[in-house]
Design a binder for this molecule. Structure first.
Ligand code: NAP
Ligand code: G4F
Length: 349
């Protein structure tokens, strides 16, 4: 039985990847962080599965990483653990560098010292392109990161490539563009919108949803499909870097308008800058307002990826489009909001 080790197993991608690998017959080892409360919600449904083993650990702890690699001897290592929030990285830049940059070095070092036969996947990101130098972005597009997160991930990208070139490690960077799902963290823009609109519709959230820059453009895909691509990279005949994207880009404003249709709202925009408001045309209700707190010191205005290398060499391409993605997320979050409403009503009765 093949063995895989996943850092960041409790995250959005970690949970999907675990399901994929278990279905393929792997023994999956995952590193979880000790927290004062449960942080395993996304893999709760897999607890008790004989193919799943969890270990405490942290990307800031090389002793722990060395011990895990030397005892597990995993055939494949997926380094998904990260401080993954771009806006937060401006508040905790040093910590972000410790985990996202140095953490990558620590785990690579543990692999090369204790089990260099392992194949290694690094969760690289379209944030590397930042102030984009080419449209669409592909594997050869120069990088220009725009946040402490992007800069830390740039180190992660290059140190992965360096271990491949220096020591012959089978190490790949997946340059994944934004990918979302019903398991996406609720402070990322898509999930903030799908949860926020669902809660406003059900009367759980009374006030409008406060947003930042509505004009940024993102290439959004469905996380589960992107996790399949991670596995495909490690099965390829040679270790290479791949862009994973849909090739289509939309503004945050588009995402809000499309999601609002689930609530039977047609959003019209009034006002400008921080005074802009998204209003439901029929009822006149203000659904969206701008809060400058959500603006970033430096913004990534446009991302759109060209995944033709992944299609040609891996046979991977995105199948779920933006409306299908919104359908998955809105259905999930509307159901959640209606449960919450029922609980609220029964609490009050
Ligand atoms: P996520 O939901 O935020 O999950 C991040 C995971 O990293 C969580 O399991 C978290 O643990 C863990 N983690 C955080 N700090 C850690 C530390 N010090 N040591 C060990 N683990 C730590 O992120 P995601 O969306 O699944 O993304 C997975 C990876 O892909 C990340 O590296 C992210 O930067 C990268 N990426 C994501 C996207 C995207 O659009 N989703 C695109 C490109 C690249 P807790 O659960 O305990 O917090
Ligand atoms: O959803 P976001 O926070 O994702 P962002 O910054 O693109 O980063 C995500 O994707 C990267 C891949 O490109 C990953 F590497 C990274 O780990 C993460 O998963 O923000 C998307 C856009 C930004 O332009 C932001 O300024 O949405 C804009 N935005 C507007 N209002 C907002 C908000 N973002 C958030 N989080 N919250 C808002 O209220």
């Amino acid at each position: 039985m093949k063995k895989a080790l996943i850092t960041g197993i409790t995250g959005q991608d970690g949970s999907f990847l675990t399901e994929i690998l278990i279905a393929k017959g792997y023994e999956v080892h995952g590193i979880i962080r000790r927290a004062s409360n449960f942080n395993t919600d996304r893999i709760e449904h897999l607890m008790g599965n004989k193919q799943l083993r969890l270990h405490h650990g942290d990307l800031s702890d090389s002793a722990n990483l060395n011990k895990l690699i030397s005892t597990i001897k995993p055939d494949e290592v997926y380094n998904l653990g990260a401080q993954s929030h771009v806006a937060v990285s401006f508040e905790v830049p040093e910590y972000t560098a410790q985990v996202d940059a140095m953490g990558t070095l620590r785990i690579l070092d543990a692999v090369i010292n204790h089990y260099p036969e392992a194949r290694f996947y690094q969760a690289s990101t379209s944030e590397l392109y930042g102030l984009v130098q080419e449209i669409p972005q592909k594997e050869t597009t120069p990088f220009y990161p725009r946040s402490p997160y992007g800069v830390a991930k740039l180190y992660g990208f290059w140190i992965t490539k360096n271990f491949r070139e220096s020591y012959g490690l089978f190490a790949c960077n997946g340059i994944l563009f934004n990918h979302e799902s019903e398991r996406r963290g609720k402070t990322f823009v898509t999930r903030k919108v799908t949860v926020g609109l669902s809660e406003i519709l059900h009367g759980i959230k009374k006030e409008s949803l406060k947003m930042g820059n509505l004009d940024a453009k993102r290439d959004w895909g469905y996380a589960k499909e992107y996790c399949e691509a991670m596995w495909m990279m490690l099965q390829h005949s040679s270790a290479e870097d791949f862009v994973i994207a849909t090739g289509r880009t939309y503004t945050i404003r588009d995402f809000i308008e499309r999601s609002a249709r689930y609530c039977d709202w047609e959003i019209v925009w009034e006002g400008e800058g921080v005074n802009e408001k998204g209003i439901d045309k029929k009822s006149g209700r203000v659904i969206i307002e701008i809060d400058p707190r959500y603006f970033r010191p430096a913004e990534v205005e446009l991302l759109v990826g060209d995944a033709s290398k992944a299609k040609k060499e891996l046979g991977w391409e995105a199948k779920i489009d933006l409306d299908e993605l919104i359908d998955i997320m809105m259905k999930h979050d509307m159901k959640d909001a209606s449960y919450k409403k029922v609980l609220q009503l029964s609490d009050n009765s």
